[in-house]
Design a protein around this ligand. Structure first.
Ligand SMILES: [Ca+2]
Length: 156
C-alpha cells in the first residue's frame, strides 16, 4: 500500500512496513489521499482540483476505505474533504480508533458545507493518550453518491 501526502513542507509522514502511516513528533498535520487507502468496492476517479487529482466514488452503501496510523499523544482534529451533489448523497461515516473511555471508537456522520465542489466536512476532534497504539481509520458510505478526496489529521 502506498500513501500519498501533500501540503507538507518537510518529511513528517512515514509509511511503516506494516502499511501504517506514522506522524512524526514535529509534524503539524498529515494528509491522507483517500485513493491511497485500502479500498473495498469503491472506485477511484479522476477529478480536477482534487488532492492527487483523484477521488474515491462511494456509489453504494457497501463501499469502504481504511488504513492504519500511529500518532504522538495529544489532541487532533480530523477534516474529511468530499464532493457531493446534494443533501441526499453526502453523509459519510468516519471512525478513528481513539483512547476513548467508552467504546474506543470515535464515530460521526459528516456533511460538506458546499455542494458540487470539493469541500471540508465538519471537523472531528479526538485525543491520543497511548502513542504506541496503531489506530485504524475507517470510512464508509452512509448515503451513496459521495466522492471522497482526502482526510487531513492535524494538531490544534
Ligand atoms: Ca484525493
Amino acid at each position: 500500500m502506498r500513501a500519498m501526502f501533500s501540503g507538507l513542507t518537510s518529511a513528517v509522514a512515514i509509511v511503516l512496513a506494516s502499511g501504517s502511516v506514522l506522524l512524526a513528533a514535529e509534524a503539524k498535520q498529515i494528509v491522507l489521499e483517500i485513493e491511497s487507502l485500502k479500498l473495498d468496492k469503491a472506485k477511484v476517479e479522476k477529478m480536477k482540483g482534487a488532492g492527487g487529482g483523484k477521488v474515491v466514488f462511494f456509489d453504494s452503501e457497501k463501499c469502504k476505505a481504511e488504513t492504519t496510523i500511529k500518532l504522538p499523544g495529544g489532541w487532533y482534529e480530523a477534516v474529511l474533504y468530499v464532493w457531493a451533489k446534494d443533501d441526499d448523497s453526502d453523509s459519510t461515516f468516519l471512525t478513528i480508533e481513539a483512547d476513548d473511555y467508552n467504546t474506543g471508537v470515535a464515530k460521526m456522520p459528516v456533511w460538506p458545507w458546499d455542494k458540487g465542489k470539493i469541500a471540508p466536512c465538519y471537523p472531528f476532534q479526538f485525543k491520543v493518550e497511548d502513542a504506541k497504539k496503531t489506530r485504524k481509520i475507517q470510512l464508509w458510505a452512509d448515503e451513496p453518491g459521495v466522492k471522497l478526496d482526502r482526510l487531513i489529521i492535524k494538531r490544534p
